[in-house]
Design a protein around this ligand. Structure first.
Ligand code: ADP
Length: 508
């Protein structure tokens, strides 16, 4: 399964060009406010002004009519009052004229009285005319004053109306501005708190999820649609997290299984390669053993014949020089016999003697032979040998195997080192491990060390110190005769290790 990490793609061009929601809402509110201001200033303002002017005119007209009627009534009352005063004055004068003692005067009293009455009547009529004219003039003056006052009032009212309209326009403007500011502030605050901030939180959360960060979110209580959306988003993130955890567990499990299977396969391959190499080496050594056994058998007879003849000749020989030559031949024949015997031990896959032998005792005996040399060379010997290691076999042969291994190890550490010997039970086998810290075995030599006559010690500077190349071959033959295995491993320059694996005795 391939895990894909979502990446946040940039929004399409048409989405990037669009204005943010808050700006669009603010522009909408401004447009509404402008429309309201237009309605207030261009429609409501003039209508209000016209209504005010009409109302003022109506008030003035009604006031003017009332004042005219009042002035008319006042002038009539004044006129009537003056007429009454004049009439009362005329009656008083008539009464005074009647009481006047004109008879005492010479002449015609009646004519005098009539003349005085006529004169008085004429005066009264004149006064009445004057009063009427005066009242009429007075009324005309009052009406003119009223008209002038009303015109002034009309002008003042028009000015006040204009002033009021201007005040009202300013008030409307201020009201619209205040409304706009308040609406924008409320809308902006509400928008930010309930829409923009949650949307931004949601966006940040979505971006985190897009980068693969699925840490849990704590959404606010779901009070509105955005809150519900945030809750749904948190639930979706939790599901994603669970799915991712499942996927990771699955991947880990898969990786572990693959690693286990790979390790298992590698182990199996290594074991297969090792057993293939062992098999190949065993086959090669078996073929070599057959060949060596055949050659040894033939040589054994030939050498036996040579030795017998040489011994016969030496017994009859009186010449000292020739006896010495025959003695050399006999020693060479003995050496050859010994080599042939070794070859036969390598070739033989069976044991002459069999008995239960305690491997710890065999190892102790072999070590006792080598310890003086180890001390001389400054080699420390460490042993870790478990008790009760019993094998059914030839203790002399096994003794020879371990002496060979110890001697080789000491020869690999001429300037000192460490020799470790460990023996323990491993299942049905007894395993002896001999490890040294010597010069080790070259990789090219390792497959050949158990072959007869393979040796790297021929070039030793001191003649006679070279190896025969038969020690490990003989050891291999002895171990094989015990149905065991012997293996060599080495890190060149750091030492070599030989492992001998023998079947434990059946009742051990
Ligand atoms: P020889 O000792 O006579 O040479 P062996 O059969 O005992 O014959 O050993 C064969 C060869 O294996 C040796 O010549 C040597 O090169 C190598 N060899 C054996 N044991 C060791 C060891 N412990 N360290 C290094 N090389 C070793």
């Amino acid at each position: 399964m391939v895990a894909t990490t979502p990446t946040s793609a940039p929004p399409p061009a048409h989405q990037r060009a669009a204005l943010p929601l808050a700006v669009r809402l603010a522009l909408g509110v401004c447009a509404l406010a402008l429309a309201l201001a237009g309605v207030l200033l261009l429609w409501l303002g003039p209508r209000t002004a016209t209504a005010f002017e009409r109302l003022g005119d109506d008030f003035l007209r009604q006031g003017s009519t009332a004042m005219r009627e009042l002035a008319h009534d006042q002038s009539l009352q004044t006129h009537d009052l003056l007429v009454d005063v004049l009439r009362a004055s005329a009656v008083d004068r008539e009464r005074a004229l009647a009481k006047l003692p004109v008879e005492a005067l010479a002449g015609d009293a009646a004519a005098l009285r009539a003349a005085i009455a006529a004169d008085d009547a004429r005066r009264s009529a004149h006064e009445r005319q004057n009063v009427v004219a005066l009242a009429t003039a007075r009324r005309t003056n009052v009406e003119a004053a009223i008209d002038a006052r009303l015109r002034a009032l009309d002008a003042a009212q028009a000015a006040r109306t204009r002033e009021f309209i201007a005040d009202q326009r300013l008030g409307h403007l201020l009201l619209v501005a205040a409304m706009l500011v308040a609406t924008l502030a409320a809308l902006g605050g509400g928008l930010h708190r309930y829409v923009v901030a949650p949307a931004q939180r949601l966006r940040r959360a979505a971006q985190r999820v897009a980068t693969g960060d699925l840490t849990p979110l704590a959404p606010p209580p779901p009070r509105d649609e955005l809150g519900l959306l945030a809750h749904d988003f948190a639930a979706m993130t939790a599901q994603l997290r669970a799915a991712k955890a499942d996927q990771e567990r699955f991947a880990d499990d898969l990786a572990r299984q693959v690693a286990e299977k790979t390790a298992h396969l590698e182990r199996a391959l290594a074991e297969l390669q090792a057993s293939h190499a062992q098999l190949a080496q065993a086959e090669r050594l078996a073929a070599l053993g057959t060949l060596a056994g055949g050659v040894a058998h033939e040589f054994h007879n030939v050498i036996g014949g040579i030795r017998g003849c040489a011994a016969d000749l030496a017994a009859d020989e009186s010449d000292a020089g020739r006896r010495e030559t025959l003695a050399v031949i006999l020693r060479a024949a003995d050496r050859a016999t010994a080599i042939v015997r070794e070859l036969q031990r390598f070739a033989r896959r069976s044991l002459d003697r069999r008995a239960d032998c305690d491997l710890a005792g065999v190892l102790a005996d072999a070590l006792a032979l080598c310890e003086p040399a180890a001390r001389r060379q400054g080699v420390t010997v460490a042993r870790e040998i478990a008790g009760g290691l019993v094998v059914h076999g030839d203790s002399d042969g096994l003794h020879q195997v371990f002496v060979n291994l110890f001697v080789n190890a000491l020869q690999a550490m001429p300037d000192g080192g460490a020799l470790r010997i460990a023996a323990a039970r491993d299942g049905d086998d007894v395993v002896v491990r001999v490890a040294d810290s010597g010069h080790g075995i070259a990789a090219a030599h390792l497959p050949h060390v158990f072959e007869p006559f393979f040796t790297t010690k021929r070039d030793a500077r001191e003649p006679g110190q070279g190896g025969s190349g038969l020690g490990l071959a003989v050891s291999y033959g002895i171990v094989a005769a015990h149905r065991g295995r012997i293996e060599a491993s080495s890190t060149p320059g750091a030492g070599a290790t030989f492992v001998v694996r023998l079947p434990a005795a059946a009742d051990a």
